[in-house]
Write a protein that binds this ligand. Structure first.
Ligand code: GTP
Ligand code: SPV
Ligand code: MN
Length: 580
């Protein structure tokens, strides 16, 4: 492999700090992956699954205190605190290096330090970017093989000796007391120590593709977003591409590979978590999926909810923290209506009813190509043209099933005002409502006031700005039941958006928050859903909304002069329209 000497020097310097027994450059080959798997089977890091029902699938059990992202230990270490902004944890770069340096010093003694050159994005795309990370975890290496493009393909894509994001990862001692996930935007550098969990350890994903990626994107005039990408094919065979932001564990993977319940309609998967979007020479927004694998939530994945995912995880999949059946099959809540007898839970103990069998944030790691609905264009170096952007969140009340923003600025306001209920994907309390603008609260690598301004500024470069929509699959009735059936039926909502994009579906109510479809505008053919239920799912209530907008002044106020005026103006106008 041809290696840049800047990278070589940095690797040497890192080895000087972490003191590994050996340094191994990864080539991304199948043989390398197989060797890693064999070694992990031998030392118990992986358990084999049933080779007949789940060929080449493995189970990994993580440390019980290391099962989700740890936002309280995640920092943006910009030189200036204001550049991290009020929604990020900040630590001065020097202090960050002193603290984490203490945990990293000698941390790889007697271990191998793997050097992973990886490419985010398709080979040959000007939108793709290179990272080089080191790690002492073979599980991370194997996962990076699936989630990114590893080896010469990455090194060949470098446009200069220092054209890469550098990442240092060590498991450390896995103690949350000595865990830090640090981002140095000015140095194109990530340091992560003390966790082996997905978003904390697979540095290409949230650390590179979103936190540092978003900061780079702002400087270079593009967007790095927490969005799935899909192509929606209508009965005429026209494919309309959408990108949708939803917070962690709130439906991206499910929507990304949704199996249509409507005849003639189908959904093609481009990506399920991250979108990098550029404005092309014609003023068209285009998106690539920087990843090459899915790191998806296992619980509630079933032939009923997500048949494509259920099929794609039947081979070449690494499962983390799921339960195990006596025949060596993986199992998680929701996979089958009843738990099979003799389950071993995610901790490796006989399962006790009333406790989770699989961890609520248990995951599967699987290559994108295995998705039955993968788009033929998923690796197009030009990206796919985006006609609609969707902001979705998880709200039990207030937020209608779907509505459309009036224009770009209003849509950006809707995204910036998004709130959601927290999930098991992050360590902490589940079900707490918090502001999560564009589903980027934990992932925006710079001041979020500047981020809103960046979004607004794109309009002037877009010849036909994508339509902006807001969705919520999670609204409930008085009995606590979901008002909308969700999953495969969400294609009915996608159909409405596609019709709007192409100038159809005029049956809307103009409300203070945007255009809400009248119940008749949604295709509910064959759906057992009462009009009363649908009305309730689509309802926009002035009192509820005025209350929900109540704390936005405080949220926006944190940004001081960095909050763009148009956002504040949109809030005032919305209140006024509600009579507040
Ligand atoms: P991350 O990988 O953490 O970013 O999550 P994600 O946004 O990809 O979420 P995912 O699609 O994996 O769904 C997470 C949870 O939301 C699962 O428990 C799903 O069953 C549930 N979910 C997804 N779509 C729907 C839906 O349409 N309706 C309802 N009620 N639940 C849904
Ligand atoms: C999320 O939490 O948004 C995930 C899982 O997709 S992780 O990659 O761990 O961030
Ligand atoms: Mn997902």
């Amino acid at each position: 492999m041809r290696v840049s000497h800047v990278a070589e020097q940095w690797v040497e310097q890192t080895a000087g700090l972490t003191k590994p027994a050996r340094v191994l450059w990864c080539d991304g080959s199948k043989a390398e992956y197989d060797r890693l798997i064999q070694a992990m089977l031998q030392d118990g890091t992986l358990l084999p699954l049933n080779p007949n029902t789940y060929p080449d699938c493995y189970l990994h059990r993580s440390h019980p205190s290391d099962v989700a992202r740890t936002e309280q230990l995640t920092f943006i270490c910009a030189r200036q605190k204001e550049d991290a902004g009020p929604t990020n944890n900040w630590m001065a770069p020097a202090e960050a290096k002193t603290r984490a340096g203490g945990y990293l010093r000698g941390a790889m003694r007697e271990r191998t330090m793997y050097v992973i050159p990886y490419l985010m994005g398709p080979a040959g795309s000007t939108m793709s970017r290179v990272g080089i990370m080191v790690t002492d975890s073979p599980y991370v290496v194997a996962s990076m093989h699936v989630m990114t493009r590893v080896g010469q393909v990455a090194l060949s894509a470098m446009r200069g000796d220092d054209d890469f994001i550098a990442g240092v990862h060590s498991l450390g001692d896995l103690s949350p007391d000595r865990r830090l996930v640090l981002h140095f935007p000015e140095e194109k550098l990530i340091w992560s120590v003390g966790s082996g969990y997905g978003g904390n350890a697979l540095l290409g994903k949230k650390c590179h593709a979103l936190r540092l990626g978003s900061a780079q994107a702002r400087q270079e005039g593009w967007l790095a977003e927490h969005m799935l990408i899909i192509g929606v094919e209508d009965p005429e065979g026209r494919v309309t591409y959408l990108a949708a932001a939803m917070p962690s564990a709130s439906g991206k993977t499910n929507l990304a590979m949704v199996e249509s319940r409507l005849p003639g309609w189908r959904v093609w998967t481009v990506g399920d978590d991250i979108a990098w979007m550029h404005v092309d020479a014609h003023g068209q927004l285009r998106a690539i999926n920087p990843e090459s694998g899915f790191f998806g939530v296992a619980p509630n994945t079933s032939p009923k909810t997500n048949p494509n995912a259920t099929r794609m995880v039947r081979s070449n999949t690494i499962f983390t923290n799921v339960a195990l059946t006596p025949s060596g099959d993986p199992w998680w809540e929701g996979l089958t209506p009843e738990p099979p007898a003799g389950l071993v839970d995610w901790l490796g103990q006989p399962w006790k009813p009333g406790t989770p069998a699989a961890h609520p944030n248990s995951r599967f790691t699987v290559p994108v190509q295995q998705c039955p609905s993968v788009s033929p264009n998923w690796e197009d170096p030009q990206g796919v043209p985006i006609s609609g952007l969707v902001f979705g969140s998880r709200r039990t009340s207030v937020i209608p099933l779907v509505f459309e923003g009036f224009d770009w600025t209003h849509g950006v306001f809707l995204g910036s005002a998004m709130s959601t209920e927290t999930t098991a994907a992050i360590t902490g309390k589940v079900g707490v409502v918090r502001r999560d603008p564009m589903a980027m609260l934990p992932f925006c690598g710079y001041n979020m006031g500047d981020y809103f301004a960046h979004w607004l500024s794109l309009q002037q470069r877009l010849t036909r700005p994508p339509r902006l929509f807001r969705v919520n699959w999670f609204r409930r009735d008085a009995d606590g039941k979901f008002l909308w059936p969700g999953y495969g039926e969400n294609v009915r909502v996608l159909k409405w958006m596609v019709e709007r994009i192409h100038g159809g579906a005029p049956e809307v109510d103009e409300t203070p928050i945007g255009f809400i479809p009248q119940p008749s505008a949604l295709d509910t053919d064959g759906l057992a859903l009462s009009t009363a239920h649908l009305r309730e799912a689509l309802r926009c209530d002035a009192g509820e909304w005025l209350q929900a907008l109540g704390d936005l002044d405080e949220f926006y106020g944190q940004f001081g002069p960095r909050l763009p005026q148009p956002i504040a103006r949109q809030l005032r106008e919305t209140r006024k329209k509600f009579g507040g």
